[in-house]
Design a protein around this ligand. Structure first.
Ligand code: GDP
Length: 331
């Protein structure tokens, strides 16, 4: 649990790259206690000017596609290029005590031991919104601590991809070396989010299948509109196991940044993300305040029942409850 260190002092140590201060700061943002929340907000405000100087990369793919093997190889490659890498994870199903399936340190052994890397498992949480918010805040904190490549990993199930795509500069989709029916099985919506597609396991017996898959995915992509107009989504292949092709993935990310820089793309994407994040905060805070309001609570069950029974309309019930919330009973 966070100690009583003042946010300013914690911020100062964090900005010097103190890993313990960084870990403590992230723990503080994950706390649900109101006083911790206030400290976390003060800390984030303090370090905000020192954030944003990283390449933010989202990585997704079905379990077994090789995400952790890839992140290990890719992370070590970027460290070799002089960068410092932070790996965060979003897994809404994770419960700290039950062990997270993502961001588990044993999954990226060499990277997790490297002094230029920082790996943090997914925050536990019951809602994707809550988990995503904490990961966004952790991203700002690792940036303030000097990590200039931030990887946010998520497993290829459901809505978490959108949450990740909404907080990164580039969304990388890792795919298996298979095409045809398996290609059909990959959700189209997730492919549409991708800024970069990488077919993994292009080695040994799977090399030919990987080549074939690259051709198929390229063809399938041609049918979809790329998410960024100036950027044509490349389909690359690599072997996370042997390291072949990992450098090409990093080069491609550099080209992406150069391509978008010309039109203020990344700044614009981040500005939109920050605005959307603010609105999410407003919605979540409003709903929390609404649900906790004594006048609302007094009527909520009754009105829910009336709506369920068809005795009143959802619109009228909502109006009545919002009136109570605003202290205008009867409006
Ligand atoms: P994750 O569940 O997506 O994180 O996948 P893992 O990184 O745990 O990898 C799942 C399995 O695929 C492991 O047995 C890895 O050794 C294997 N694997 C990962 N990358 C490659 C690769 O590039 N080539 C081959 N042949 N196997 C790989």
């Amino acid at each position: 649990m966070p100690d009583q260190t003042a946010p300013q002092e914690l911020a100062a140590r964090l900005l010097q790259g103190d890993r313990r201060a960084l870990a403590r700061a992230i723990t503080l943002t994950e706390s649900t206690r109101a006083d911790h929340r206030d400290q976390a907000d003060a800390l984030l405000a303090e370090v905000l000017p020192q954030t944003g100087r990283s390449v933010r990369i989202g990585i997704s793919g079905v379990p077994g596609v090789g995400k952790s093997t890839f992140i290990e190889a890719f992370g070590l490659h970027t460290i070799g290029q002089g960068h410092r890498v932070a790996v965060l994870a979003i897994d809404p199903t994770s419960q700290r005590t039950g062990g997270s399936i993502l961001g588990d340190k044993t999954r990226m052994e060499e990277l997790s031991r490297h002094p230029s890397a920082f790996i943090r498992p997914s925050p536990a949480g019951s809602t994707l919104g809550g988990v995503a918010r904490r990961t966004r805040e952790a991203m700002l904190l690792v940036e303030a601590a000097g990590f200039d490549v931030v990887i946010v990993e998520t497993v290829g199930v459901g809505q978490s991809e959108t949450a990740v795509a909404d907080m990164v500069d580039l969304f990388l989709l890792l795919l298996p070396p298979a095409g045809g029916d398996e290609l059909q099985g990959i959700k189209k919506g997730i492919v549409e989010l991708a800024d970069l597609i990488v077919v993994n396991k292009a080695d040994g017996d799977l090399a030919a299948a990987a080549r074939h898959a690259v051709a198929e995915y390229r063809h399938a992509l041609a049918m979809l509109r790329p998410p960024q107009s100036a950027w044509r989504v490349p389909v690359l292949s690599c072997s996370a196991l042997t390291g072949a092709g990992i450098d090409k993935v990093w080069d491609s990310i550099g080209r992406y940044r150069d391509t978008l820089a010309g039109e203020g793309g990344i700044e614009r994407r981040r500005a939109e993300q920050a605005r959307a994040w603010m609105w999410n905060e407003i919605k979540e805070n409003l709903i929390a305040a609404f649900s906790a309001d004594p006048a609302v609570r007094a009527e909520l069950k009754l009105l829910e029942r009336e709506v369920a029974e068809g005795a009143t309309t959802p619109g009228l019930a909502a109006k009545r409850l919002l009136g109570l919330f605003r202290g205008q009973a009867g409006s």
